[in-house]
Design a protein. Sequence first.
Length: 142
Amino acid sequence: METSFTPIASLLGGVMIGLAALLLLWLNGKVAGISGIVGTALTDFGAASRWRWSFIVGLLAGGGIALYQWVGVSEIALRASIPVLIVAGLLVGYGTRLGSGCTSGHGVCGIGRLSPRSIVATCVFMGVAFATVFVQRHLLGG
């Protein structure tokens, strides 16, 4: 799979994510941590959760539109079985509970607020991600 270097699009995307997180914090007093938003939306179906569902739908729709319009992907091919994806999803969910948040909450919002806990959590997330890719690609040959 070939990828291209897109610094302008990447910078624009990063600015848009940061601006959206900042606006959510300023306007609603809420941190844009995806795991917290999804977790609360799945347990609270009241009127207070409408913005969460709008946020989730916007994330999914925006990602789908971007894949189709700019990347040219019209279908996604899964390279793992459904049971593996379910176990992976459960492990990610457990990890976000264990770490009191996810990379969006800690990495985007927490680091932006200079939270020491979020800086440490993000370093741990990234370290585990690097180690996982190394093991998968170089030791297991995947």
